[in-house]
Write a protein that binds this ligand. Structure first.
Ligand code: CMP
Length: 136
């Protein structure tokens, strides 16, 4: 039975800066994802703080928000069967050093902060995160 889902993916500043967006988009397409919507934006630190509010109590929160607002990012609305889990598999572990061969973070990530991509971690959060960037 099919279970079509949508999820949010962000190509983070370190990857956009290195001009990796086309390669990363091809990784998604080659793995069966449809990119329904996408836009290149440069968010403010306040917007990053809202987006990552769930991490507010973490010691890395401030640096994380400074980083996500440090340069242009590409936000994408992806669709696929089981898109949330499939995207997490394709991204690999949060820390690129622990990511599996062939995953996006293994191929392109520099560090746990500069890990090239973000993806929603649940169907519920995917809805919230898609609304955050795409609700008009
Ligand atoms: P992301 O999937 O965008 O969600 C939160 C981000 O916090 C995560 O990717 C990492 O880039 C970043 N981060 C920095 N330090 C840590 C840490 N110790 N554990 C988890 N995430 C971290």
């Amino acid at each position: 039975m099919s279970n079509i889902e949508q999820t949010l993916s962000i190509i983070k500043p370190d990857a956009v800066e290195r001009n990796l967006q086309d390669q990363i988009k091809n990784d998604f397409k080659n793995n069966g994802f449809k990119i329904l919507k996408e836009k290149k934006i440069h968010i403010t630190k306040e917007e990053a703080e809202k987006f990552y509010k769930v991490h507010e109590s973490k010691p890395f929160y401030n640096d994380l928000c400074t980083y996500l607002s440090s340069g242009p990012i590409i936000v994408m609305n992806l669709e696929k069967d089981n898109a949330v889990l499939e995207n997490r598999k394709l991204m690999g572990s949060t820390n690129p050093k622990e990511a599996e061969e062939g995953t996006i973070r293994k191929k392109y990530g520099i560090s746990i902060d500069k890990n090239s991509v973000h993806g929603s971690d649940s169907v519920e959060n995917a809805k919230i995160e898609l609304d955050f960037f795409f609700k008009s």
